[in-house]
Design a protein around this ligand. Structure first.
Ligand SMILES: Nc1ncnc2c1ncn2[C@@H]1O[C@H](COP(=O)(O)OP(=O)(O)O)[C@@H](O)[C@H]1O
Ligand SMILES: [Mg+2]
Length: 289
C-alpha cells in the first residue's frame, strides 16, 4: 500500500455512484484497473470518516479482503474487482445450499481475520461482498467497504451516533448504539446466509424487529441442517449466538458434512474471539514484500 500526499492522476475514468460526500468511479491508475472513492465534502466529520475507512482498510491484508493499493487525503484507490456484488448475483436468483454455504464460509474467513485484528465490520450485507468473476465460491469472496467499521486500534469512534448500518442486516444491539462487538457481525452473517438461501432477509419489518416490537420472522430457508446455525446467529440475545466467526464456520462445516457436501479447503480461522496481540494463525497473510 502506498500513501501519497498529492491527488493521484487517474485515466479512463467512468463514474459509478455518488453517496453523500463520497464519489465512486472506475478508472486506471498506475497501469491497472482500479475502483476509486473520492472525498467530495470538506466538513471535518466527513473527512474523519473517510480517513477512518482508509486507515482501517489499509491495515488489513487478507486474500478475501479488498485493501487499498494507495490512499491520499481525498482518494482511496482499490484494485478493481470484476464480477459484481453478491447482491447483484442474488437479484438473479437465490443460491442453493452448496453455493450459499461456500459464500458464507468465505465471508466468515474474512470476518475471523478482521476480528482477530480487533476490527468489527458493522455493515456486512450482500452489497458489501463482491464475487470475483461472479462465482459464488468461498475463495471468490471479496469483502469490501470499511465505511462503518470499528477498530480497537483507533480509539476515536467517529461513527457512534452518526451513521448506522442497514436495518435488515443490523444486529439489534447495534441499532441500540453498541459498537465494536464481533457478535454483531455474526448476526449479520446469519442474515446474509438467510438472504442467500431465501432471496430476501428474515424480517419484512426490520425496524419493528430491531425496536423489539415485532418478533415474527419468515420461516428459515434451506435444508434443516442449516437451521440451528441460522437460528443461533439471528438471536436477539448476543449470548445465544456463536462465540466467534471460527465457531460459526465450524457449524457450517458440520452442516455441509451432514448434507453430503464436500469439505471446503478454507484455511483454519483464528480461534480467539478478539486478540489484542499479533495473531499468527495460518489464515493471516501479510502482503508480499
Ligand atoms: N474494489 C471494487 N471493485 C469493483 N467494484 C467495487 C469495488 N468496491 C466497491 N465496488 C462497488 O461499489 C459499490 C459501493 O462501494 P462501497 O465500498 O460499498 O461504498 P459505499 O460506502 O458507497 O457502500 C459496491 O457495492 C460495489 O458495487
Ligand atoms: Mg457499501
Amino acid at each position: 500500500m502506498q500513501e501519497f500526499q498529492i491527488t493521484q492522476p487517474l485515466t479512463n475514468r467512468s463514474p459509478l455512484a455518488e453517496q453523500p460526500g463520497v464519489y465512486s468511479e472506475s478508472a486506471e491508475w498506475d497501469g491497472q484497473p482500479v475502483f476509486v472513492k473520492t472525498l467530495a465534502a470538506d466538513d471535518p466529520d466527513s473527512q474523519a470518516r473517510f480517513q477512518h475507512e482508509g486507515r482501517v482498510a489499509a491495515s488489513l491484508h487478507h486474500p478475501l479482503v479488498v485493501s487499498p493499493l494507495a490512499i491520499t487525503p481525498t482518494q482511496l484507490i482499490f484494485p478493481f474487482v470484476t464480477g459484481g456484488t453478491l447482491r447483484e448475483r442474488l437479484e438473479r436468483s437465490p443460491l442453493g445450499e452448496e453455493e450459499a454455504t461456500e459464500v458464507a464460509s468465505g465471508v466468515l474467513s474474512a470476518v475471523a481475520y478482521l476480528h482477530a485484528r480487533g476490527v468489527t465490520h458493522h455493515d456486512l450485507k450482500p452489497e458489501n461482498v463482491m464475487l470475483l468473476d461472479g462465482e459464488p465460491r468461498w475463495n471468490n469472496v471479496r469483502l469490501i467497504d470499511f465505511g462503518m467499521s470499528h477498530s480497537q486500534a483507533l480509539p476515536l469512534d467517529i461513527h457512534s451516533g452518526t451513521r448506522m448500518g442497514t436495518p435488515h442486516f443490523m444486529a439489534p444491539e447495534q441499532f441500540l448504539g453498541v459498537r465494536g462487538d464481533p457478535r454483531s457481525d455474526l448476526y449479520s452473517v446469519g442474515v446474509l446466509l438467510f438472504d442467500c438461501l431465501a432471496g430476501h432477509p428474515p424480517y419484512e419489518d426490520a425496524l419493528g424487529w430491531l425496536a423489539g416490537i415485532r418478533d415474527r420472522r419468515a420461516e428459515l430457508p434451506g435444508p434443516e441442517p442449516l437451521h440451528p446455525l441460522m437460528r443461533s446467529a439471528l438471536s436477539r440475545d448476543r449470548a445465544q449466538r456463536p462465540l466467534s466467526a471460527a465457531e460459526m464456520q465450524q457449524h457450517l462445516c458440520s452442516a455441509r458434512l451432514e448434507l453430503g457436501l464436500p469439505p471446503l479447503p478454507v484455511p483454519a480461522a483464528p480461534a480467539a474471539l478478539v486478540t489484542a496481540h499479533p495473531v499468527t494463525a495460518d489464515l493471516i497473510m501479510e502482503p508480499p514484500a
